[in-house]
Ligand binder design. Sequence first.
Ligand code: ZN
Ligand code: ZN
Length: 261
Amino acid sequence: MPDAVSLLPILWLIDSARYVVAASLMTAVLAVFWRAGLAERKLQARRATAGDIGREVVLSLRTTLVFALVTVAVLIAARHGWVMIYWNFDKAGPLYLVLSLAVMLVAHDTWFYWTHRAMHHRRLFRLFHRTHHLSRTPTPWTAYSFSVPEAIVQAAFVPLFLACVPMHQIGVALFLAIQIGRNVMGHAGVEIHPPAFAPGRWLGWNNTTTHHDLHHETGRYNYGLYFGWWDRLMGTEHPDYRRKFAAFALRRRPVKAEPAE
Ligand SMILES: [Zn+2]
Ligand SMILES: [Zn+2]
């Protein structure tokens, strides 16, 4: 399939743009609202260095190349009928698109939780996941800072899901947008979620920045991506999560602010 392979540069560009735009937007939001209250919501006293951010950008652009290679494989597989992406609403309407997108997000959260926990096993950690944890203090640029083996694990979800569930191309595009959006929010380093995201409140089933930041800070607990269900079910929610989110988002205790950069 030479024409699918010839799309590789443009696919790499699109995936890289998705990352750069999302991380830049998050960085801009943090800069604009820093003095308006976000400084008090910075989760770690430590600051990511310029070297950290440079490494994260380079590794993330390598990850988007892996994603682009997997997308080429998906296009080839789609032509053979091994995965199902459709392009019109003849067979399934917008309601199916919304439902299949919801199923895809729940399935991805499950894939992420269990592969993430597996990659923390001492026999797998060094090869798969150590690279991501070089970022002790995450920044929006940490989003795709993976080793190549981890990038392959992360990329494998989409073809595996599409082999089981047909998706409209808009559904896949929305999935990719939500995925990078939630990813940069989780790595923002500053609690940007409103109090409604506190566990027990009406949006509390979603993870927050504090949730994933604690994972980076401690290297344990909080393995989930979008939702807290698996961590609560498996007893892997960080014992300090609820107190820390309350401290930073609900202002349950005074938090020392750091000066802006
Ligand atoms: Zn981890
Ligand atoms: Zn992370």
